[in-house]
Each structure stands twice: as C-alpha cells, then as structure tokens.
Design a protein around this ligand. Structure first.
Ligand SMILES: [Zn+2]
Length: 422
C-alpha cells in the first residue's frame, strides 16, 4: 500500500511539473529488472554484466538513443575474482548464511576444512609484546579470528606481521556491518568476513568451504549512446552511471545494488526518454560504465579510448547512489566548479527540487574522477538519506528503495542541461 501511494503521488507531481518527463512506475520497473536474479548482481559470474549491458543497449535503441560508433558496446578486459559456487561456514555446529551472516573477502582464495580456532586480540597496535605473541603461535591447520578493523590497523602499523598470519588455513575477520567488495586477485589463505552478531572470540571449531573463480582477461563492456544536438551537435553533455555491481556471493545469492547503481541507470534511461522527446541544443551522451566497483575501470578505459574528443565534452554528470534523497544531495566537485554549483543551487531554489545541495571537494570515489583528472568539468551527484543503511549489502533491494529525491534530481538535471552549460 505504502509503495502504491508513493507512485500515485509521484505521478501527480510529474503531471504538474512543466519539465517533468520521467515516469516513476517505469523507474521502479527498470530498477527491479536490473536487480532481478537473472542479472546476478550485475557482476562477472552467470554473465550478469553481459545481460545488464544487453538490456541497457536494447532500452537505448527502443528510446531512439543512437550508438556513437557501430555498436553501443565498448569492450575491455578485466581480471576479477568471483564466487559463483555454493559456500559454507559452520561455527560450533551452527550453520551460517552466506550474504546475511558472512561474505568472502574480495581477494579470498578457495579452501575447505574442519579447523580449530585461535582468536587474535589487540592487533591494532604494533607493540613488541604483540610481535612476540604472534611469532610464537603455530598457525598450521588453524582458523584465525580477529576484528577486521584491527587487521586493517595491523596492515598499516606492522605489515611484516601479516606475512606471519599467512600460514593459517583460514582467516575470519569479524565486522559489522558486512560491506561487500570485489577484487582483481585471489590471495591465500581463504578469508571470510563474518558479522559480529553470529561469531565472537569464544568460537572453537569451524567447518568451511569457499570456492572462488579468478577470471583473467574477462571481457566486460561499457554501454554508450547519444542523442544528437540541434544547435551545436559537436559539443556534448555526458550523463554517466555505472551499471555493474558486486555479483554473486555463492550459488544463487547475489548483491542486487538497487541504490548502487540500478537507480543511476534508471535515471539515465529517464533522461534519454526526456531528450528524445525534447531534442537538446548540444548533443547528450549516455554512458553506462562497467567495472566501477573494481576501481573505476570502465570510465578509466573510456577516457583512455574516447569515442569523441574529451575536449568536446562541456560537462559530465556522474549519477551514482541516486535512489534516496530525503536529506538532499551531495555534489562532489562542487567546490572545484563554484560557478556551476551556484547555478545548480539557483535552479534548486527556484524549482524546490531537493531539500539541500551540499558541495564537496574532489574525490576519487566514482566515475567522474577519470574525466576530472583530464580536465573535463564534472559533478558526481549522490542523494542522501541516513535512514537507508544498505550499502554493498544483500538488502540493497529494489522494493526497499525510497526514491524520495529521484523526481527532484531529474528536474534539476533537465533544467541545468536545457539552460546551463554552453
Ligand atoms: Zn558501489
């Protein structure tokens, strides 16, 4: 009921707004499609990235967005560690659930066994007593448990000691919340992250099985299309959103990535609908990047192999995490481009689009960054809502996404593009 009510209210707002073009029912449908089991978390097992890319290209074609070259696809190779198979973790006879109770570290190798445990406390500071203590332990055929934040401290303060721990058969990092990541390599020993709700220092025996698949030179792809400008078609406004996410964490379990970043792709599609019906003065290019979660690999590949000169891009809007918005938006690079930020602020004041806009200094945290470092002006917009806690988590689901600021952000982007940068 709650959701239905929200859709109806949104549609009324759309009808009442002169710049509106988006359709919240279609937005919800598109986000649900991108988060569906067949797309397997838009990662690199079960062809998740390929299916998502194909769907985006077909959607572009149906709207009238044209490929820049012969194809919508820009392929490029990646190395990626994946977890397509069933995984198991049993602690003192209690079977834990992958995704909910534990996840593999992004760089975990494979392994299995039935092991005694050792809990390593106070890893955070590199003291002489810690060094002595860790050197005396026999790690062979043992699972070592530690608090994950302490381990990161150890990496900083005493990296040579990490080598010592490599003799263990399994590492278990205790953490809260579980925040999944994806990596480009596999390192021994196997490494699991377990939420502190289900494990503590009293754990005695562990049975586990984890199977990774390291894919070398896997071909993924960016999906790129454009709508030609009517006055200055040689100049471009770019809307970018990564479509990849973190894929599977065991057989049949995947991280949906509704906020990160099915919502951003849904925004690209709404903008494509709008500009196909209201031809823009400048050309508008839509870039759905892959492998953002692996370290901005798709956007980095793009700026190294641009399909038209980077100098012809007047502005890049990177849309990532746009599924909330109750507390407004953060504009990364807002302090770098104060004139554009002020213009955006004026539009927001007159349209009453979002509760607030917060400028932020440059950060290498999403796909705007490779453009930014090459002198292409860009903003990275993300919406804020502290009551939506699901980040890189199996609960980042389509039906949970509030989409409070989606319509407002859409109106802001359309207004800025129609009257903004020339
Ligand atoms: Zn992410």
């Amino acid at each position: 009921m709650m959701h239905l009510k929200r859709v109806i209210i949104s549609l009324l707002v759309v009808c009442a707004s002169p710049t509106a073009g988006q359709n919240m029912e279609r937005v919800r449908h598109n986000i649900a499609t991108l988060c569906s089991p067949s797309m397997a978390g838009r990662g690199y097992s079960g062809k998740g990235d390929k299916k998502a890319a194909q769907w985006i290209a077909e959607t572009f074609r149906a709207i009238g967005v044209k490929p820049v070259g012969k194809s919508y696809f820009q392929p490029f190779p990646i190395d990626v560690n994946t977890f397509p198979s069933k995984m198991k973790l049993v602690v003192d006879g209690k079977k834990l659930q992958p995704g909910r109770d534990f996840i593999p570290s992004p760089v975990s190798a494979r392994g299995k066994g039935y092991l005694k445990t050792i809990f390593l406390s106070d890893l955070a500071r590199c003291t002489d007593s810690l060094i002595d203590r860790l050197k005396q332990i026999n790690y062979k055929k043992k699972a070592i448990l530690f608090n994950l934040p302490d381990y990161y401290q150890l990496l900083e303060t005493c990296p040579e000691l990490v080598h010592q721990l490599n003799q263990a058969a399994l590492w278990i990092g205790i953490t809260d919340p579980l925040t999944a990541q994806i990596g480009e390599q596999a390192l021994s020993p196997p490494f699991l992250w377990v939420t502190k709700e289900v494990i503590d220092s009293s754990a005695q025996r562990i049975r586990f099985c984890v199977k990774n698949q390291l894919k070398k030179n896997y071909i993924t792809q960016n999906v790129i299309g454009y709508i030609k400008g009517t006055i200055a078609p040689e100049k471009f406004i770019v809307f970018a959103a990564h479509y990849d996410h973190l894929g599977t964490i065991g057989k049949g379990i995947y991280i949906p990535g509704a906020n990160d970043n099915a919502a951003g792709v849904a925004m690209l599609i709404e903008l494509a609908h709008y500009f196909s019906e209201h031809p823009p003065a400048l050309s508008v290019c839509f870039m759905a990047f892959s492998a953002e979660e692996l370290g901005l690999l798709g956007s980095t590949y793009y700026v190294q192999h641009p399909l038209f000169p980077l100098a012809s891009i007047r502005f890049v809007w990177n849309l990532d995490l746009v599924g909330t918005g109750k507390e407004g938006a953060t504009i990364v690079n807002g302090t770098l481009h104060p004139k554009e930020f002020q213009r955006l602020q004026r539009f927001n004041d007159s349209l009453q689009a979002l509760p607030k806009l917060v400028p932020r200094s440059p950060a290498a945290n999403s796909d705007h960054y490779p453009f930014s470092t090459r002198g292409v002006p860009s903003f990275f917009v993300y919406l804020m809502d502290s009551s939506y806690p699901y980040y890189h988590h199996i609960e980042d689901k389509a039906d949970k996404l509030p989409l409070t600021g989606f319509e407002g952000l859409f109106r802001l982007l359309v207004a800025f593009t129609a009257q903004g940068v020339r």
